[in-house]
Design a protein around this ligand. Structure first.
Ligand code: HEM
Ligand code: HEM
Length: 181
């Protein structure tokens, strides 16, 4: 089975990288939301530390994904020009969020003087010195970006479903493992 994309559909590597990020994002948002609702204490600290480690893991996979995309260009989408443009904007905004979200979280932690450790194995450097005012700005940014993510993913999923079930152009199948066009 060829690993790369064909001119009609995504290959197994691109599909795996897409769906593993979707799965990890669901867990990541759940961890962040639960941790954020907990009172200050050990439970919150543990949950938040998992959130940070998983967020850095997502950042690493996103880098890998962009590297793979550069090596293996995506198949051209079967849609009119305006939709192509909208899809490109949506995809690039989603890629940008996969970097901006972890980085804003990392900056929040640095400014709050809570250094980030990756699963207790590697201590990551701090980008900024502790600063309460700056921490507020990064925290607000992180929260804002989470809401932008929700909106863009909702649009993205709605568009994928519209193509699959109204236009019936098989777009969703291009990204689904084990299917054929
Ligand atoms: C794709 C990656 C990430 C996603 C989707 C994400 C999502 C979230 C969510 C949903 C919350 C709950 C509060 C809110 O709605 O803002 C949150 C809070 C938080 N996240 Fe993340 N996060 C990501 C990466 C990271 C990383 C890598 C770090 C640190 C290294 C981090 C640090 C924090 C901190 C300190 C909070 C609590 C402060 C706050 O309320 O904003 N996050 N995150
Ligand atoms: C259930 C949720 C999702 C569904 C059904 C879905 C579906 C799809 C489909 C069908 C494509 C291929 C479009 C085409 O053939 O041109 C695609 C591409 C893409 N999806 Fe999703 N997606 C989902 C969630 C997400 C999430 C959460 C992200 C967040 C990062 C994301 C980011 C992307 C990106 C960046 C591309 C473009 C890939 C490229 O060409 O480089 N998707 N998605």
């Amino acid at each position: 089975m060829p690993a790369r994309n064909t001119s009609l559909r995504y290959g197994p590597v691109a599909q795996f990288l897409h769906w593993i990020i979707v799965l990890l994002l669901v867990i990541q948002v759940t961890l962040g939301t639960i941790a954020d609702a907990l009172p200050l204490g050990l439970e919150r600290l543990v949950m938040m530390s998992r959130h940070k480690s998983l967020g850095i893991t997502i950042l690493a996979i996103a880098l890998l994904r962009l590297g793979w995309r550069w090596f293996d260009a995506p198949p051209p989408p079967p849609m009119p020009r305006w939709q192509l443009l909208a899809a490109r904007c949506n995809h690039w905004a989603l890629y940008a969020l996969l970097f901006a979200l972890p980085l804003s979280g990392w900056l929040t932690s640095s400014a709050a003087n809570r250094p980030v450790s990756w699963w207790g194995l590697v201590q990551l450097p701090d980008f900024v010195a502790p600063d309460a005012a700056l921490k507020e700005v990064f925290e607000e940014t992180h929260e804002l970006l989470v809401n932008v993510l929700y909106a863009l993913v909702a649009l993205h999923v709605a568009a994928a479903l519209k193509h699959q079930f109204f236009d019936r152009d098989g777009l969703l199948l291009r990204m689904l493992p084990g299917t054929r066009e």
